[in-house]
Design a protein around this ligand. Structure first.
Ligand SMILES: [Zn+2]
Length: 172
């Protein structure tokens, strides 16, 4: 049975960093007191985690509130600031502003539209107008008129639909 605090914590965490969940080697690991010793935090396992030395150095003697803030500021996966020794990494890992679901890039749109149309079976939009508004709501009305027109044109030019006198037929 491991007895040193670091050994115990690493064992309990499956040899993974408490914060970033990356495999932690013993010489990269350190014991982080969640409530800092300077703030009266205990040495018991319930107040301690094993984590990358870099994040331990970054958190230092922050208050628990500040530490939670750092964790919450990591949008998406938590990354310990390994290798840089700088707290700047905390801001660099912020995710880009979110775009509406499925509208990330133009390349992603056509497959989404086709998948949605296929799901509709025989209830597909029959006119150009309803098709356009169907696509508009699919992207939560985040696309411009020009982008919608371009999408419909792309469906037509790739042979997925054919439009005759505003009536749409599907070749999906
Ligand atoms: Zn880590």
């Amino acid at each position: 049975m491991p007895t040193k605090p670091l050994d115990r914590l690493m064992f309990a965490q499956g040899e993974l960093c408490f914060f970033c969940k990356k495999p932690l080697s013993k010489n990269e690991a350190s014991v982080e007191h969640l409530v800092a010793s300077a703030n009266g935090g205990s040495n018991n396992d319930e107040n301690c985690v094993a984590c990358c030395k870099a994040v331990n150095a970054l958190l230092g003697s922050m208050s628990l509130k500040e530490k939670i803030q750092v964790v919450l500021n990591q949008q998406g996966q938590f990354k310990c600031p390994n290798g840089t020794g700088s707290a700047k990494v905390v801001t660099q890992t912020k995710a880009a502003p979110k775009t509406p679901a499925g509208a990330e890039s133009k390349e992603d749109r056509i497959p989404l539209v086709i998948a949605n149309l296929k799901q509709r079976g025989n209830a597909k939009p029959r006119t150009l107008k309803t098709l356009t508004s169907t696509i508009a709501s699919l992207f939560a009305k985040a696309l411009s008129e020009a982008e919608l027109t371009a999408l419909v044109q792309q469906l037509e030019s790739t042979g997925k639909i054919s439009v005759v006198e505003n009536k749409v037929t599907y070749v999906l």
